[in-house]
Design a binder for this molecule. Sequence first.
Ligand code: NAD
Length: 485
Amino acid sequence: MAYDTQPEASHFIDGAYVEDTEGELIEVVYPATGEVIARVHAATPAVIEKAIASGRRAQKDWALMTGRERGRILTRAAAIMRERNHDLSVLETWDTGKPYQETSVADATSGADALEYFGGLAATLTGEHIQLGEDWAYTRREPLGLCVGIGAWNYPTQIACWKGAPALACGNAMIFKPSETTPLSALKVAEILVEAGLPAGIFNVVQGMGAVGGALVTDARVDKVSLTGSVPTGRKVYASAADGLKHVTMELGGKSPLVIFDDADLEDAVGGAIMANFYSSGQVCSNGTRVFVQKGIRERFVARLAERLGNAVIGDPMDPETSFGPLVSARQMEIVQGYIAKGVEEGATLVTGGERLDKPGFWLTPAIFDGVTDDMTIAREEIFGPVLSVLEFENEDEVIARANDTEFGLSAGVFTQDFARAHRVIAQLEAGTCFINSYNDAPVEAPFGGVKMSGVGRENSKAAVEHYSQLKTVFVRMGHMEAPF
Ligand code: NAD
């Protein structure tokens, strides 16, 4: 039995559901039909206060537990998530409209991976001993305190866990604010953590729009902010976090290049371009939306890509056969339609797709533009929808320069059979997360994040520990204290 789409209450604070109907009403819409499936309320100042106070209070004792004890709770939560993968995936599909075919393998499972990984890592977090002649120093790896996580709407469960798991493993408490577009799944993450033994107050979920996120970020009792969102939001959140000299992790937008050389395996390259543009209906931050294809292979590549898009199964997201779902909201669909119109207006060739389906919900067919040039709007701005741009290139130096000519730097990919070239090119691409003959893999064992305007800090892997803990240095004198007077 899948979860009820209407949660017990809007927020989860101090180990229990909390409601305050004074907060602004948020309607949760199923993107496949446009129907309202749940209603929650944005957090009021009283709710925010409760979340901050309980987080700060609970964090002290949580930090005093051993890493092994903390890790055991996270690992148990991972096991519960895996057991409930079906129900969690159905809820994620209601929340986001993403096909069950995707949510059943990429959302709660990815969240469980993070809980399991950081659960295992928790017992290994240590400082070091530094011998200084007779004297010595040591470092203690300490938590930051109270962290705030703010999520985007494309991977609600994954984002809650990618932020929550390392924060909790390091001994912090977290208040997580999901996107107002997809408020449901994070509540289940909180429920599962408490069921696994997490003390009340260590992982709180509050709902709301940007203003609630803003109130959390500016509160002096918050020590760290981790945002997944767009560059404009990142700028604002980074600026207000800087005012309080808070730690930050920023996972922001992208306009990543995918470079296909003419010696690439054509089927693999087409598969890579599909994974880099159409998974989650193109609503993936790391997508390789500027597909640079070498002149000798371009025509064959475009023809085969268009042919394979014809195999996409567009329909009921709950049907396991469906491989392509709707956009998340009417607003997002309109934004994407605007970019498609702009692409045509600026002279790109719409090879296929980009049509609105004549049914309720927010449906657009996957679109390919050929003949795209570097200066076109669709080649410069993040669309965050199923729109792939093909840009032709002739040689390696040229494509590296063109691929790097962007303010973003989240991801980059290269398809070629020449491995020396693959590594040479990847080394020169300005991006934080890269792929060779693959695209959009995000295993928890490897760091994930961007450079340039795409982000600050890294999620996943041991690297995340650096962003959720700090070192205290302790100097120990063994002899007498010397002083000048
Ligand atoms: P968004 O920037 O509109 O919102 C992100 C979150 O920030 C939401 O929860 C929102 O309520 C909150 N927010 C908005 N204004 C705020 C403010 N002033 N203070 C505090 N919080 C505020 O992004 P979105 O439309 O939800 O998501 C799409 C964007 O997210 C895309 O740009 C995409 O590339 C990016 N994204 C990045 C990653 C990554 O890991 N790099 C992953 C997923 C999505």
